[in-house]
Design a protein around this ligand. Structure first.
Ligand SMILES: C[S@@+](CC[C@H](N)C(=O)[O-])C[C@H]1O[C@@H](n2cnc3c(N)ncnc32)[C@H](O)[C@@H]1O
Length: 462
């Protein structure tokens, strides 16, 4: 009877209407529970299977992943930054001005990333989220085999058509590196059963919905990478720097705005941030739970120009296997002379980590070294410029670069949040749309009450 004439089932009494809405919303397949809440609101618990990252992403999480596939298919389709087949910078824009990031800066960004990937001398590389092939074009000549995956069809089609020797490309998401789809291509390009020496995820994690998904991806990467190899997570947005980044954005957009106004806009921007950010600590936790011996190094971005790619991002290298190196000498920073004398001479002897170096990209006191200045000071030396532990206000230098994972022993905790996850805000928006449509279908005329999402629609909730 109800189904034949749903309009007749809408009660007049507001409380009864709320109860009716709760009953109907609870009938949606992606909702576990719905109950009336104070203030005429509806408290909704999403079905954990709809939002979980494992064993395979649930439908609501998949929608988030598909959203980014559509964004990049569109961005690459415009070809607005396509300077050459091997230099397609479509999508690389300054988030303050919207202008393309300078080509020279991007070339340096590519060079530094290629160096980081090749630092461990891999013979084979699997890159998840390979995009337009900025890395693929430059890496494949140094490798016995390279496989790239991406969720954007246009990226995969173009790179497949480019016919680069000893490469293969396939449409797959980052959580699928250990799937039959990707294995078929790695078997064909790298050799049957051959594991890549290096798995790269460069400038991809910002598209991830939450730490759950990041954990699934890191676990997949650790499952496929060869012993003694590396997993490079590059160009990561640091969660402890998001507030600083958004403050810079708002100040530049509206230099006359009062401080309180800026602070409020920044608060809103953080709540609506559509991209994932996290501190190294988040990956340390994921790795600790993986059961594989992994040492981690946290790299600073050492390009010359101070842009958002240098100021607010960092790289993580996961070194697989617990090869204990020679003992490391730890030297607290006491000034530039220390770097030039001790670190240089120590290179001939025991490995050295100079730590607690103020980061000139964050601390604007004159003469504070930037990662670029440190790199320049160490030119010609086998060294790595690091973020000191998780704290982006501090840098460290490891000499030789292979001592970089040892620097984590003097790790400072990151100030600020361990992560900023976009999925909760996405879920709130998307569930409201879905449930409004659902009510329109099953009870036309019954409005959807304002929603409260129960639980934390992320790690703890699933
Ligand atoms: C900023 S581009 C980086 C491309 C490339 N890694 C580089 O360094 O030049 C981000 C790429 O990640 C891809 N992507 C986004 N979400 C993904 C996911 N869940 N799995 C795999 N690739 C993804 C996008 O399609 C896009 O090509």
């Amino acid at each position: 009877m109800d189904d034949e004439n749903p309009i007749a089932t809408i009660p007049d009494d507001p409380e009864a209407r709320l109860v009716r809405a709760a009953e109907l919303v609870a009938g949606h397949p992606w909702v576990a529970r719905a109950e009336p809440a104070p203030g005429g609101r509806l408290r909704v618990t999403p079905d954990p299977a709809a939002i979980s990252a494992t064993p395979t992403p649930g439908p609501l999480l998949r929608e988030h992943l598909e959203h980014w596939a559509e964004v990049y298919d569109w961005v690459y389709g415009t070809g607005e930054g396509r300077h050459a087949d091997d230099l397609d910078l479509s999508g690389w824009r300054d988030s303050v001005t919207g202008a393309p990031l300078p080509r020279e800066h991007m070339r340096e960004w590519i060079d530094r990333t290629v160096e980081l990937v090749l630092e461990s001398n891999p013979r084979t590389v699997l890159e998840a989220g390979c995009g337009t092939g900025l890395l693929a074009h430059r890496l494949h000549g140094s490798l016995e085999g390279y496989v790239g995956t991406d969720v954007a069809d246009i990226a995969v089609d173009r790179l497949s058509a480019a016919g680069l020797p000893r490469t293969g490309f396939v449409r797959a998401a980052a959580h699928e590196v250990d799937s039959p789809t990707v294995r078929r291509v790695t078997d064909a390009v790298l050799g049957p059963g051959v594991r890549p020496d290096c798995v790269v995820l460069n400038s991809v994690t910002q598209c991830f919905p939450n730490l759950d998904y990041l954990a699934a991806v890191v676990r997949g990467a650790l499952a496929v990478v060869a012993d003694g190899g590396t997993v490079v997570l590059g160009d990561i947005r640091h969660s402890a720097l998001v507030e600083r980044h958004f403050t810079e954005l708002e100040r530049t957009r509206d230099p006359q705005a009062p401080l309180e106004g800026i602070a409020e806009r920044v608060r809103v921007a953080i709540a609506e941030d559509e991209e994932l950010s996290f501190a190294p600590e988040a990956v340390r936790e994921i790795v600790a739970a993986s059961g594989r011996a992994v040492r981690i190094s946290t790299r600073a971005r050492t390009m010359a120009a101070a842009t958002e790619l240098t100021r607010y991002r960092y790289d993580l290298v996961l070194h697989i296997g617990d090869r204990a190196g020679p003992p490391v000498e730890y030297i607290p920073w006491s000034g530039p002379e220390l770097l030039s004398e001790k670190a240089r001479t120590a290179h001939a002897g025991a490995p050295v980590v100079v730590h607690g170096i103020p980061n000139g990209l964050v601390d604007e006191t004159p003469d504070t070294p930037t990662p670029y200045a440190l790199r320049a000071a160490l030119a010609g030396i086998d060294a790595a410029v690091l973020v000191d532990g998780g704290d982006p206000r501090l840098l460290a230098v490891a000499v030789p670069a292979s001592a970089a994972p040892a620097a984590q022993r003097v790790a400072a905790p990151a100030p600020g949040p361990a992560a900023g996850e976009p999925f909760p805000a996405f879920l709130r928006r998307r569930l409201a749309e879905l449930l409004r449509d659902h009510l329109r279908r099953v009870a036309p005329g019954l409005p959807l009450p304002p929603l409260d999402l129960a639980g934390r629609p992320s790690r703890e909730a699933v």
